[in-house]
Design a binder for this molecule. Sequence first.
Ligand SMILES: [Zn+2]
Length: 90
Amino acid sequence: MIQNILHKLFLSCNQATLRMERDTANQLSTLQKIRLKSHLALCKNCKTYHKKVLIMDAQLQKVNLSQNQSTQTELEALKQKVKKSILEKN
Ligand SMILES: [Zn+2]
């Protein structure tokens, strides 16, 4: 009963999960965010799923950051190598 009202007034669970993904990519309008938050306030399953999405997103960003940092280190090492070889030739 509550689920039916929830889906008619706000979003279905399928729409909510899709919007959670878009929300982590900052692709939601203010109205879409309000509808998602309203759904999450009333739907336990989606609320639990949303927490997991946020944890996974944070973990992925950490991995992404550490990969970027190692790429920066490799890039610096390569720059130094090129610089050294140019200096040795002159
Ligand atoms: Zn739901």
